[in-house]
Design a protein around this ligand. Structure first.
Ligand SMILES: [Mg+2]
Length: 321
């Protein structure tokens, strides 16, 4: 792969379509014209082979995921995705690998209205993909982590724990069952949710990338509040419900597994129906925001849970302060 080949190939296969892209790929830099009254939301996420995805991940899946995780960060801010740039550092790559990598990028971008407006390729021993994504929100309307209020419900989109379970299936993926393949596809093909539809409906939002409890903990500390989460309310896909060896194992995967890229939000009770109707995926209440700092985990009966994996998940970092 020559240095500019990937970007050139992207330009050929992905025509810029946005009127507010004044100048896309091809010059020293792109020129973008955000509409009046809007703010630009910008995020960067880097994926490294062997750390963020298994070394033997197919190039389509690497391309897809590198885009999806960035779209998910924009979704968590309530932004409309608009532009992105892609930096690829890699050992010598074949044209075939690049074509398949771009296939995955195009698939992740289909129907998003996003223009790829730049990029860079560099030689490196470790395959590393760094994507910068830019989105737009009406001024002041972005969703943030610091807006949770006492009395809010805590709710999540979709289901939790699939990606972490999928990672445990990865080594034997060639002989995987239908359930295991479904879990693996949630690891390799995460779906960014329509966070923009939650603008004006929720008080705080974050996407679940580190694991639910860790990510809720980020919202709580920035908002200066606490929460009780009902472990039995955490939504499970049918595949995970069948795959998990025990209730405790299912709870552990759902509460601490990363990479699901669902949205976790806090919202007033009277906004629940409208938020649910605005989304095209399940939306499940899992807890409530409280004035007492820290994060408490209960079962469906309201009894406090303290399983061994909580301490390993870094529980003490956000409990009680
Ligand atoms: Mg995030």
């Amino acid at each position: 792969m020559r240095e500019f080949e990937l970007i050139d190939s992207l330009r050929r296969r992905l025509a810029a379509t946005r009127a507010d892209t004044r100048l896309g790929i091809g010059d020293d830099a792109a020129i973008l014209a955000p509409p009046p009254g809007h703010e630009v939301v910008i995020t960067t996420d880097t994926l490294i082979a062997g750390r963020h995805f298994p070394d033997d991940t197919p190039p389509e899946d690497i391309g897809f995921k590198s885009i999806a995780v960035n779209l998910s960060d924009l979704a968590a801010m309530g932004a409309d995705p608009a532009w992105l740039t892609i930096a690829l550092a890699a050992p010598a790559l074949s044209a075939g690998w690049c074509d398949r990598f771009i296939d995955g990028i195009l698939e992740a971008l289909s129907d998003t209205g996003v223009d790829v407006v730049g990029g860079d390729t560099t030689k490196s021993d470790t395959l590393t993909i760094s994507v910068t994504a830019l989105g737009l929100v009406p001024a002041g309307a972005a969703l943030r982590r610091d807006g949770a209020r006492v009395g809010d419900l805590v709710a999540v989109t979709g289901s939790l724990g699939d990606a972490a379970a999928g990672l445990t299936c990865w080594p034997h993926r060639d002989g995987a069952s239908a359930d295991e393949r479904a879990l693996i596809s949630r690891l390799t093909r995460p779906t960014a949710r329509h966070g923009r539809r939650l603008r004006g409906r929720v008080h705080a939002a974050i996407d679940v990338s580190d694991g639910l409890l860790a990510d809720v903990g980020h919202m709580l500390s920035l908002s200066g509040v606490g929460a009780t989460i009902d472990a039995d309310a955490l939504p499970a896909s049918p595949a995970l419900a069948r795959y998990a060896a025990s209730v405790d194992e299912r709870r552990r995967l759902q509460a601490t597994g990363g990479d699901d890229y669902e949205l976790c939000v806090t919202l007033p009770e009277d906004a629940l129906d409208s938020a649910r109707a605005a989304l095209d995926c399940p939306f499940t209440v899992i807890g409530r925001i409280e004035s007492q700092p820290g994060l408490r985990l209960t079962d469906a009966h309201g009894d406090t849970l303290d399983p061994q994996w909580l301490a390993r998940a870094g529980w003490d970092h956000f409990d009680g302060h």
